[in-house]
Write a protein that binds this ligand. Structure first.
Ligand code: SAM
Length: 241
């Protein structure tokens, strides 16, 4: 198996950062609702699993990268952590600030985070890594801001575990999601983009290998909904420079 990111996830191909950010600006007002509808409500279940994997402790500093409207950050804050929800899309940030005025938001690109070295106890990213042109560079930058011994939790759409499920999943992603996107949103290209990024993204093992290469230890993953989604975890080594 190729344990690197597939070519389509590499920078400079079709994932131009400005175009991706502009697309999220456009879908921002309806993003959370569409997410709920298009996952058949499963996103709520996946978010609970992510929170359990992060195991936020009161007083911990946690960075939610590519946090969008902040929905992925809310349960961490409720657990008593000091959370920063960062994202480069002004539209997603504006929708988030309206919906969750108590959350701390920061306008930040994962490739150049405006935070000091080792300034967070844990860093998490939900459904965001796939959208970043250079995912490997983002994983190294995220490692920089995480303290030695700190945790990484990534939640991302992934590869279903059996050939039959993979075939059904491909049909849903290629046909049903764009059709739903056409019905429910004013931005059909956003849902074609979603289908493309899902079908070209690294599988569970390949992503785990890349996370290790980018400076994380004890990397492991857990499938949710039979691999439709996977949660990867890692730890920043104690002797990290
Ligand atoms: C599918 S949304 C996920 C939002 C949120 N984490 C959630 O779980 O609902 C993907 C997010 O990635 C953000 N994004 C795209 N490129 C990024 C980059 N280079 N750095 C950080 N975030 C980025 C987008 O602005 C968008 O808000």
């Amino acid at each position: 198996m190729n344990e690197r990111m597939p070519e389509a996830t590499r920078p400079g191909l079709d994932r131009q950062p400005a175009a991706v950010t502009a697309m999220f600006d456009r879908v921002a007002p309806r993003y959370d609702l569409l997410n709920l509808v298009m996952t058949g409500g499963y996103v709520t279940r996946w978010r609970r699993a992510v929170t359990a994997a992060i195991a936020p402790q009161p007083g911990e500093r946690i960075l939610d990268v590519a946090a969008g409207t902040g929905t992925s950050a809310v349960p961490l804050e409720r657990a008593g952590a000091e959370v920063v929800a960062s994202d480069p899309s002004p539209g997603m940030l504006a929708a988030g600030r309206r919906r969750h005025p108590h959350l701390t938001f920061a306008n930040a690109d994962a490739l150049d985070l405006p935070f000091a070295d080792a300034s967070f106890d844990a860093v998490t990213i939900s459904f965001g890594l796939r959208n970043i042109g250079d995912a490997e560079r983002a994983l190294r930058e995220i490692a920089r801001v995480c303290r030695p011994g700190g945790r990484l939790v990534i939640c991302e759409l992934s590869t279903p575990t059996t050939p039959l499920l993979r075939a059904g999943h491909r049909a849903v992603v290629q046909r049903l999601l764009p059709a739903l996107g056409r019905l429910a949103s004013a931005d059909p290209p956003a849902y074609r983009y979603l289908a493309e990024t899902v079908l070209t993204w690294a599988d569970q093992r390949a992503l785990a290998a890349v996370i290790r290469e980018c400076g994380w230890h004890d990397v492991e993953y857990r499938n949710l909904s039979r691999g439709v989604v996977a949660i990867h975890r890692g730890t920043r080594p104690m002797d990290a420079a």
